[in-house]
Design a protein around this ligand. Structure first.
Ligand code: SF4
Length: 120
């Protein structure tokens, strides 16, 4: 199951077997309450500018949330397809996963491993 290994601004998806338990971080979520509707699209059709404004308001709440990291890890781990989680919308999460997967494929082995392989 994918998991984020990151410092803020340096997101990397790695393998892990655990999903952050919601009872540990969800009670501390800054999005609980009346503004929770900002985090998911409405039942009616939303114009692009409306969506952008709604998402910007939601992401501003995420910026000050103390559980942003486990929230995003959870969304990635369960492959959540909708809404803002951890400050990223669904398309940004897909991009994060894709770019992390690409880095893992392209990343060269550490120098000590390449030397070991060459010595064999
Ligand atoms: S990071 Fe955003 S979506 Fe996640 S719990 Fe916090 S406010 Fe809610």
């Amino acid at each position: 199951m994918p998991r984020l290994s990151t410092d803020w601004g340096m997101w990397e998806v790695t393998s892990a077997t655990t999903v952050p338990a919601t009872d540990e971080w969800l009670p501390k979520a800054a999005c609980r309450g009346p503004e929770s509707a900002l985090f998911f699209p409405p039942a009616w059709s939303e114009r692009r500018d409306e969506r952008g404004e709604r998402e910007a308001r939601a992401k501003a709440i995420c910026e000050s949330c103390n559980v942003r990291r486990p929230c995003l890890e959870f969304a990635v781990a369960i492959n959540e397809q909708h809404g803002i989680w951890g400050g990223l919308n669904e398309s940004e999460r897909r991009h994060l996963l894709a770019s992390s997967a690409a880095r893992q494929v392209q990343a060269p082995a550490p120098m000590h491993e390449r030397r070991q392989r060459a010595a064999v």
